[in-house]
Write a protein that binds this ligand. Structure first.
Ligand code: 26Q
Length: 835
């Protein structure tokens, strides 16, 4: 105690500073200060990185005061808080977003110009924070932006992976993965907080004992521990003085790590063995469907859950000591899919084993604070972990899961006496050769709210995967349709369109997207349409420049820019897109071009490294592109490119430049989609199936402004038993010709047979994704697209209407829904009004 006191300081004068000025001269002088005095660079330094870093530090300084004030305001108001627990936060770049939300972009740009520097060049020097796979991770990032903008006390908790999502290179048309060591040159946005380090247990054994009061209690002994060290990242709201926190945990070895070996004299070996502990946060798993049974992944999940909960409980105890009476009224945990669902048994353990609570009180707190969001409809993607793995790694946690299950099954048995089949179906433990823990069921049983991410998805969940649970607890289930933040996905990534919109309707739309509806009547104004079209052309040229640089393919901005960017997955049906491309190529070869719309097709996305069919699809796209782009007969009629290393930063260029957004998943398989919303906001028109949020997009814009095609989710399931792709191919001359081209090896002349698995998948009556079933309908819809695009006035009208009616898809709306129906937080207004 006295030791601790000696190291403590109390000096208000140390931390009370006036706000930093944002005028051009101050920005210039601080930028120069960081560049020369802090980073030690001089006029001979040629690396842009240091200029970026100096600017990042200058901007970060302006967040610090607001960050502190936000913390104080939350403490002072004693408000309820929500914790967004997620294994992924796909943040992308931070600099532009911070400047935008502080409202200092123009001043910074001018300050740099005075020094002979271009802001864009410095922005480009920042490496993406790629700590996520795709939709689920990016959604978490958009949520944080909206929570800060709405001044809601929400904190993100995640993992500080040393290596983020792999970089994708294309070699000979195939994906090659390279490690993404994104922290190599430092990350100026993070602040290490070693004083909040937590200790995480693994292994050992669980035992029961009698407390002094004679009660039976559990404890976890002989564990091998790992430290969790937090790094905080500021999350600025839009021009409102709020700065929230994203806290990311890094694993570190304890000092007693392998003490045994140390004492035996093998000092170096034992220090080297620290690696094992620090491996936990080394790398993001690059699968966007669950990878079953990997011990390291379960370690990551428990590590995040335990570190975050211990951190929250430590803060609670600092204020309320041992009184947990209002804990459930003041705290909420939103689980981003089942990945952090170890939080359920871990909160029980902490409350019982560490805070001495009895089961019923701990369970009451747990079930009043946990809320679970589901992001998938694919049954094979529901997370399950072998019981044996839990027993070895987290024995005390497994005890608690068993106890939760025993009490839950009793409840089910009381409600449906004698229905043992139902007990088997609903058990948290799947019996079989390898008994497994069903994580989704664990999350449902412990949560007061379970939500899907689009209307259709939420409906299908309660009719399908979670039907039994819906019957038991209908009140738990609800929908929260996804969104995207209009700050990054319009204001930042599309400055030309933002200027035009603000000139027309003022700039209130950035934080109140409802206002963008005022563009609807302007769609009928020819002069406005002309300006809108001019903006699109600028954005298409920017995208074409990127495609030229990255793929070596020339896109003419007068053509229709037809884009599908997302993870490569069979259910997303990049193959269907490709079949249409081959069909167009075939038409050109046959001279069927009397009416024609020039088209530039861009496909991009990463395949999970172990997903064979997805990787083969990338190879096929590249081979088809190679043949088409080099056929002199084709010329500008059709171009095809595969964009390597698709990521947040690439989407910032792609979505403003796109005319046609491809959202063509097999109906009933894509939970929501969020790329569809980014495209819509930026004035792209969608060609899509009735899947996920596409349905709601079509509802907003109407059938005239959306190209719908394909079977419905219901029709897909009805057709499945008698699905006969061979008959479909036979009956459709266009599809027949496409398949003939594939069979003939036209796209793999020197690589015989390599695409046989693709051909077999398409022609198989058990093809789960029913690519052939939707071919005709897709090609017909594409013909309507081509016709619409030839009428420039019509297309531009559709484009404006899509932006104007995208209001629903702002995460500001999504978050207000979460807050009204799940979190019940009070916004905390701050005195510091601007920036
Ligand atoms: C789980 C266990 C082990 C290893 C990996 C995983 C894992 C990791 C990531 C499982 C799934 C994911 C990611 C899923 C995802 O991104 N889903 C998407 O979520 C979006 C946001 O709600 C939706 O819009 C998409 O429809 C959905 O596919």
């Amino acid at each position: 105690m006295s030791l601790k006191k000696k190291h403590m300081i109390y000096s208000p004068g140390l931390t009370e500073l006036p706000p930093l000025p944002n005028d051009i001269a101050s920005l210039t002088s601080e930028f120069r200060h960081y560049y020369t005095h802090n980073l030690g660079r001089d006029k001979y330094c040629r690396s842009l990185h240091y200029a970026y870093k100096a600017l990042a530090l200058t901007v970060r300084d302006r967040l610090m005061e607001r960050w502190k004030q936000t913390r104080y305001a939350y403490l002072d108001s004693d408000c309820k808080q929500t914790y967004y627990l997620s294994l992924e936060f796909l943040m992308g770049r931070a600099l532009g977003n911070a400047m935008l939300n502080l409202g200092i972009t123009d001043h910074v740009s001018q300050a740099l110009l005075d020094l002979g520097l271009q802001l864009e060049d410095l922005v480009e020097a920042e490496i993406d924070a790629g700590l996520g796979n795709g939709g689920l991770g990016r959604l978490a990032a958009c949520f944080l932006d909206s929570c800060a903008t709405l001044q809601l006390p929400v904190m993100g908790y995640g993992i500080r992976y040393e290596y983020g999502m792999f970089r994708q290179r294309i070699v000979d048309g195939r994906q090659v993965e390279e490690p993404d060591h994104w922290l190599r040159e430092g990350h100026p946005w993070e602040v290490e907080r070693p004083e909040y380090t937590q200790r995480i247990r693994f292994g050992g054994k669980s035992e029961f004992f009698r407390t002094a009061a004679g009660e039976l209690a559990g404890r976890w002994v002989d564990t091998s521990d790992v430290l969790a060290v937090p790094y905080d990242i500021p999350i600025p709201g839009y021009k409102n003085g709020t700065v929230n926190t994203l806290r990311l945990w890094k694993a570190a070895a304890t000092d007693e790590f392998n003490l045994g070996e140390f004492n035996a004299g093998s000092y170096t070996e034992s220090v080297a063995a620290k690696n094992a502990a620090e491996n936990i946060t080394m790398v993001l798993y690059p699968n966007d469907a669950s990878e079953n049974g990997k011990e390291l992944r379960l370690r990551q999940q428990y590590f995040l859950a335990s570190a975050s909960l211990q951190d929250i409980i430590a803060r609670w105890r600092a204020l309320y000591k041992g009184d947990f009476g209002t804990f459930a009224d003041k705290n909420c945990f939103q689980l981003n899919d089942t990945h952090p669902s170890c939080a359920v048994p871990e909160l029980m353990r902490l409350l019982m084993d560490e805070q001495g609570m009895a089961w019923d009180q701990a369970w009451d707190i747990t079930t009043r604070t946990m809320a679970y969001t589901n992001h998938t409809l694919l049954p094979e993607a529901l997370e399950k972990w072998p019981v044996q793995l839990f027993r070895n790694l987290l024995p005390r946690i497994l005890d608690i899961i068993f106890e939760i299950n025993a009490r839950f099954l009793k409840l089910v048995a009381d409600r449906w006496p004698g229905d043992s089949e139902r007990l088997r179906r609903m058990s948290l433990i799947e019996e079989g050769a390898v008994p497994q823990v069903r994580m989704a069921y664990l999350a449902i049983v412990a949560s007061f709210s379970v939500n899907g991410v689009a209307e259709l998805h939420s409906q299908l969940l309660v009719q399908g995967l979670f039907r039994d649970f819906f019957e038991l607890w209908p009140h738990k289930f609800n929908n929260k349709t996804n969104g995207v933040t209009p700050r990054r996905w319009i204001a930042w990534c599309n400055p030309a369109m933002s200027r035009l919109i603000s000139e027309a309707i003022g700039d209130g739309w950035t934080s109140d997207l409802q206002q963008i509806r005022q563009l609807v009547p302007l769609a009928e104004d020819p002069a406005f349409r002309e300006r809108w079209h001019a903006v699109k052309l600028i954005n298409k040229q920017r995208m074409a420049d990127m495609v030229e640089a990255q793929c070596g393919v020339t896109f003419d901005p007068n053509g229709l820019f037809d884009v599908q960017v997302k993870r490569i997955h069979e259910y997303k049906r990049q193959l269907l897109n490709l079949l249409h491309v081959i069909h167009l190529y075939n038409r050109i070869k046959r001279g069927d071009t009397a009416t024609w719309t020039n088209r530039c097709v861009l496909i991009g996305g990463k395949a999970a490294p172990g997903y064979y069919m997805a990787k083969l699809t990338i190879k096929l796209i590249n081979n088809v592109a190679q043949v088409i782009n080099n056929d002199p007969l084709v010329g500008d009629l059709l171009k095809v490119a595969f964009l390597p290393n698709y990521r947040v930063t690439a989407m910032e260029v792609v979505c403003p430049g796109t005319d046609l957004s491809e959202q063509i998943s097999t109906a009933g398989k894509e939970a929501s989609g969020t790329g569809n919303m980014k495209f819509m906001m930026n004035g792209a028109v969608t060609i899509g199936t009735l899947d996920g949020a596409n349905i709601e997009i079509r509802q907003e814009v109407g059938d005239d402004n959306f190209f719908m095609f394909g079977l419905t989710a219901e029709e897909v399931e009805a057709l499945r038993p008698q699905y006969d792709p061979a008959a479909i191919i036979d009956a459709d001359p266009d599809l027949n010709r496409v398949m003939q081209l594939l069979y003939s090896g036209h796209f793999n002349m020197f690589e015989p047979g390599i695409f046989d698995p693709v051909i077999n998948a398409i022609t198989s009556p058990t093809d789960p994704w029913m690519v052939a079933a939707d071919f005709r309908s897709f090609v017909d819809a594409q013909a309507r697209v081509a016709e619409a695009y030839r009428d420039r006035e019509r297309w531009t009208r559709m484009s404006i209407i899509n932006s104007a009616l995208s209001t629903k898809f702002s995460t500001d709306r999504t978050i207000l829904d979460y807050n009204r129906e799940i979190w019940n937080l009070q916004p905390v207004r701050l005195d510091m009004k601007q920036g």
